[in-house]
Design a protein around this ligand. Structure first.
Ligand code: PLP
Length: 408
């Protein structure tokens, strides 16, 4: 048995609530039970990665693209990213402002490594993507926790944000503010006016704004997505995005940081990120060439993403409707991504909290979802709505019987 003293302090920070019930789920599966797993947001499990992306990957392998690449990414992909932002959002930028990473996950690691000293802080909004927290904490950082307000369709509460910025301004320890748009877990797409207010505040307090836009093309229910690059003139900002969701290629493990700004800090941060990149030599080589091709192949991409978004809209709306028919839960209708984040009415249930809810639901009904407290918002649960409707239907029926059985 390994003694605790053998482990670093930071090793204890490494956790992911989305996976925390996996051991129980595996045990149930070994007992021959059929577990419905609605915990992990992996589109490639349910939507086959498009053929034009797979073919590009095969071509990269066939032409021997199996070597280390430039640590910050192959020029083809960096240029394809710059072109994508020009095409989608009218941004004038160039390949030099792009750093290719091993997923947005590595981008988070690299940014916190680059920015955070012990005692520094990042402003996050709850509910947040859970992995933002451990990547801050392993470098000794802490959070200033703001809210997306459920009563206001999960939009940023800018009044509270302003008060908080005023309070923390003197300490000079706040290094960045991080938003997720479209949001995981709520599916919110932030309005242009909200983004403008956030940008104005970042400007006023001279804060780096990080916008995780990994779901930027997975938008529906008539919503219009605005990228931070369309409103963020003047400030130092970074956009995170990648192959996982828009290109339905989670297993490529590819992402990027785009830092287009000419702000005084941007150049220094980009250079530090590049130095970090040299330590891990390179991201996945064939994947980079494939992603570059896929990004440039507008026609095929439009076809694939169009079909996927249509289906996601239908699955997400189906789950939301079914959930909202229950007297035990209520969810704001999502506008993007593929999650729904209902509030559970615990006053009607003889269950203590969201942790007991998801744990007992898995053991009794074999449906695996994630507790809201894992996203910083107790009293909710997150349901991934990627599976086909028959599976979602069966899961919601099981959740409903579970709630009835535990009704007070
Ligand atoms: N950011 C958000 C908001 C996510 O939801 C996810 C994955 O679900 C990630 C980042 C991780 O992305 P990647 O696969 O690029 O590491």
């Amino acid at each position: 048995m390994i003694q605790m003293s053998a482990l670093s302090y930071r090793s204890r920070q490494a956790k992911n609530p989305i996976e925390e019930e996996d051991r129980v789920a595996d045990m149930l599966a070994r007992q021959g039970k059929k577990v419905i797993k609605l915990n992990r947001g992996d589109p490639a499990v349910y939507f086959k990665t498009p053929d034009y992306v797979i073919d590009a990957y095969k071509r990269a392998l066939d032409s021997g693209k199996t070597h280390y690449t430039d640590p910050v990414g192959v020029p083809e992909l960096r240029q394809a990213v710059a072109d994508r932002y020009k095409r989608l959002y009218g941004l004038e930028t160039n390949a030099g402002k792009v750093i290719v990473t091993q997923g947005v996950s590595e981008a988070l690691l690299m940014l916190n490594f680059t920015l955070i000293n012990r005692g520094d802080k990042g402003i996050l909004f709850r509910p947040y993507y859970p992995i933002y927290i451990p990547y801050l904490r392993i470098f000794g950082g802490g959070t200033v926790m703001e809210r997306y307000a459920e009563g206001n369709c999960w939009n940023v509460d800018t009044d509270s944000l302003e008060r908080s910025l005023k309070k923390h301004a003197k300490s000079k320890r706040v290094k960045y503010m991080m938003i997720t748009n479209p949001n995981n877990p709520t599916g919110t797409v932030l309005s242009r006016s909200t983004l403008e207010e956030v940008v104005n505040l970042a400007n006023e307090y001279d804060l780096l704004l990080i916008s995780d836009e990994i779901y930027d093309e997975l938008v529906f229910n008539k919503a219009k997505f605005t990228s931070i690059c369309q409103v963020a003139q003047g400030i130092s900002y970074a956009i995170l995005n990648g192959a996982s969701k828009n290109f339905d290629a989670t297993g490529f493990r590819l992402g990027f940081i785009l830092m287009p700004g000419e702000h005084k800090n941007s150049e220094a941060i980009r250079e530090a990120l590049k130095r970090y990149a040299t330590m891990r030599l390179s991201a996945n080589a064939p994947g980079q060439y494939a992603l570059a091709e896929a990004m440039n192949n507008e026609k095929e991409h439009k076809k694939a993403i169009g079909a996927m978004v249509k289906e996601l809209e239908s699955r997400v709306n189906f789950t939301t409707k079914r959930v909202n028919e229950s007297r035990f839960m209520h969810a704001v209708v999502p506008k993007g991504a593929f999650y729904i984040f209902p509030r559970v009415d615990f006053s009607r249930l003889a269950l203590r909290n969201d942790r007991t809810f998801v744990d007992e639901l898995l053991r009794e009904e074999q449906v695996q979802i994630t507790r809201g407290s894992g996203f910083g918002d107790e009293g909710h649960v997150r349901i991934v709505s990627l599976a086909p409707k028959e599976i979602l239907e069966s899961a919601i029926n099981r959740i409903d019987s579970f709630c009835r059985r535990h009704e007070r």
